[in-house]
Design a protein around this ligand. Structure first.
Ligand code: MSP
Length: 633
């Protein structure tokens, strides 16, 4: 095997304090899609995922469950491990930070870094957020609270070991400048560089055992365990056998880390400096994607909107789910999940475009050639359209995969599918079949369509492996063992005479049913608050100046308002109000809410509304014309 054709891809190792959801599924399915693509391209692939099991957060979750950390982590880790095959994820290895070989490697690296003088003992006091497992500086806190968890961190002071991260700051800045792809897409590279403009503090890498025992012991001082991030990041080298395993030498230089934007700092700063200090070369690329939100809100247990991958698989089928995830998210940007959007994709892209193409072509072959692939005659001008489209898509698939623009890969594949659908319409096989001269055109047209189905199966394979197989089964290629790009580089791989059989519809159309609204609950009051707390909410009269629907959203409307100043807010009122009805109306807006982005549009405030008696929403309004910007008390 060519020495350069090696690909190593990792997902974050997931915390075992929560069950897997769509966010975890997305990163891991991206890892799978990439692994399948590189295997198809002849690469030697190693794909790893796993679970992160040490630290305060996990120990606390186990305690809350009345379980020992060991039995708790065994149980939740197994949920992740067992989930992946059900999502057709083909990881080569599943790592746990409680694995013995991982513990050994962490201790080996700690000792190495300590011996080189990059770890020292010192005292530290700071604001610690257990949810994040890290200390926050004053400036990072928002109103004294952790910006991610909205909780006040604890103040902690203790003696600990520190890693001299600051020593490598200049080196890291230089390395990122010299290797523009090191952290990608660019926005995250910029984020890391912006962070590196401030002096780096050294990293506290231990916890006294008096406070936490659930961790890996510091090898030279048994009174301490190591900090969870120092432990966790090392998984990426343990999994391929660092320091002595031969796989380490083979795969490390080709390592691709996949993460979401939440953990850019540990991966973009801690990890490269740790590697540098340990004398290990840097990983190849850090690939960062955005967040899946749900119906435009952040997913969270407390909002009760956590989306479970197996529920969607059971309801809509695995391939449709995988397709949707990769088609609807632009890698690097946030995306909003909704079942409605998923159903739309199934009906249009999968049932209409792809499913129909396969069933029409197979049905025509069965009808006109008794289920045998016909032998083509000379190609003419009309056929060039389809062969050229195939070559174009193949080139684009390979290019866009390398650029991580998976949605573009799929768009390109669908362009080819649509060319094939058009080729049917333009060549009218049903008319050719009636041609008494039997010029041979029908054979050529059907042959080309069968070949297009073969190519389509290969194209969609990384995303929808089961569908790819089902297509090959129908066109007499059930015995293809492996999908390899080399087998679709030239037109004509399907052999005349192959047996074609009709199968079930690949993607039956589905109907989207809105969940019934729960019947209104009895009066349940939130906990009492102080007058002062109410005073913190800045409610204002706002006059709507302009209104328009947010593109691609069924619910969201963008409003330009005058609330004393002109600004934009986004509100989920599109199903109840038309944009033109809103213009000129006076509404009530919370103006000091932290700005948030909804479907890519920044909203600087929230309007007030309630449930209308007859269903839908009713806006809070006024019985006399108020003054824009006036305080609502
Ligand atoms: N244990 C650490 C990672 C250590 S890696 C050395 C951790 N675990 S986590 O369980 O919180 O997983 C975070 C990752 O899960 C994200 O980086 C992303 O891969 C995935 N996602 C979790 N929620 C997500 C969304 N809402 N959207 C997209 N992916 C997200 O951090």
């Amino acid at each position: 095997m060519n020495a350069q054709k090696v690909f190593y891809v990792t997902t974050p190792i997931y915390y075992v304090n929560a069950s897997p959801h769509i966010g975890h599924a997305y990163t891991t399915i991206v890892g799978d899609v990439m692994s399948r693509f590189y295997r198809m391209s002849g690469y030697d692939v190693f794909f790893m995922t796993g679970t992160d099991e040490h630290g305060d957060k996990i120990a606390e979750a186990a305690r809350k469950n009345n379980e020992t950390p060991k039995s708790f982590t065994d149980r939740i880790s197994a949920q992740f491990r067992n989930l992946w095959p059900q999502l057709a994820v083909t990881n080569d290895y599943f790592i746990r930070t409680t694995d013995e070989n991982h513990v050994r490697t962490v201790q080996y690296i700690l000792q190495k870094v300590y011996d080189s003088g990059d770890i020292y003992f010192g005292e530290y006091g700071g604001h610690y957020c257990v949810g994040c497992e890290r200390f926050y500086t004053e400036t990072e806190l928002v109103d004294g609270k952790c910006p991610d968890h909205q909780t006040e961190p604890e103040f902690r002071k203790e003696s600990n070991y520190f890693f001299k991260m600051s020593k490598y700051q200049q080196w890291l800045i230089g390395y990122i400048h010299d290797n523009p792809d090191f952290i990608r897409p660019e926005r995250y590279r910029n984020e890391v560089l912006a962070f590196l403009q401030q002096p780096l503090e050294d990293l506290c890498i231990s916890r006294p055992k008096t406070r936490l025992t659930w961790g890996i012991e510091i090898p030279w001082n048994k009174e301490y365990v190591t900090y969870v991030w120092f432990d966790a990041l090392i998984n990426y080298v343990t999994g391929i056998g660092y320091p002595d395993g031969k796989d380490f030498g083979k795969y490390w230089a080709a390592s691709e880390h996949l993460i979401a934007k939440d953990i850019v700092k540990p991966h973009g700063i801690y990890w490269p400096t740790m590697l540098k200090s340990a004398g290990i070369g840097p990983y190849k690329n850090l690939n960062v994607h955005g967040y899946w939100n749900v119906d435009a809100s952040k997913m969270s247990k407390s909002l009760g909107n956590v989306v479970r991958p197996l529920d969607l698989k059971d309801k809509y089928g695995l391939d449709a789910f995988r397709y949707f995830l990769l088609r609807d998210m632009v890698f690097g940007l946030d995306s909003s999940f909704s079942e409605e959007a998923l159903v739309q994709r199934i009906n249009s892209d999968l049932a209409n475009d792809l499913g129909n193409l396969v069933s029409r072509v197979v049905a025509m072959d069965v009808k006109y050639f008794k289920g045998k692939v016909p032998a083509p005659k000379a190609a003419d001008e009309a056929d060039r359209k389809i062969t050229e489209a195939a070559a174009k898509t193949l080139g684009e698939v390979e290019q866009f995969f390398r650029e991580l623009t998976f949605h573009k890969v799929l768009i390109s594949i669908w362009e080819f599918i649509n060319v094939a659908n058009k080729y049917i319409v333009e060549n009218e096989p049903w008319t050719l079949a009636k041609d008494p001269a039997k010029s041979g055109r029908l054979e050529t047209v059907i042959y080309n369509l069968m070949e297009s189905l073969r190519l389509t199966a290969y194209f969609v394979y990384p995303f929808m492996p089961d569908t790819a197989r089902k297509i090959l089964d129908q066109i007499g290629l059930a015995d293809v063992k492996e999908f390899r790009f080399d087998d679709i580089r030239s037109w004509g791989g399907i052999k005349p005479g192959a047996a074609v059989t009709r199968g079930e519809a690949l993607f039956p159309r589905v109907e989207y049913k809105k969940e019934e609204e729960a019947p209104s609950k009895k009066f349940e009051m939130l906990p009492e608050i102080a007058w002062d707390d109410f005073g913190k909410i800045d409610l204002r009269v706002a006059k709507v100046m302009e209104a328009e629907a947010v593109p691609k959203s069924a619910k969201l409307m963008k409003l330009k308002i005058d609330c004393g100043e002109v600004r934009t807010i986004v509100a989920g009122i599109l199903q109840d109000y038309k944009p033109e009805e809103m213009v000129g109306r006076s509404i009530v807006v919370v103006v000091n809410l932290k700005p948030t982005k909804l479907m890519g549009v920044e909203s600087r405030g929230m309007l007030l509304a309630t449930d209308a008696e007859k269903g839908g929403l009713a806006l809070v309004g006024f019985d006399k014309e108020p003054v824009p910007g006036g305080k609502v008390r």
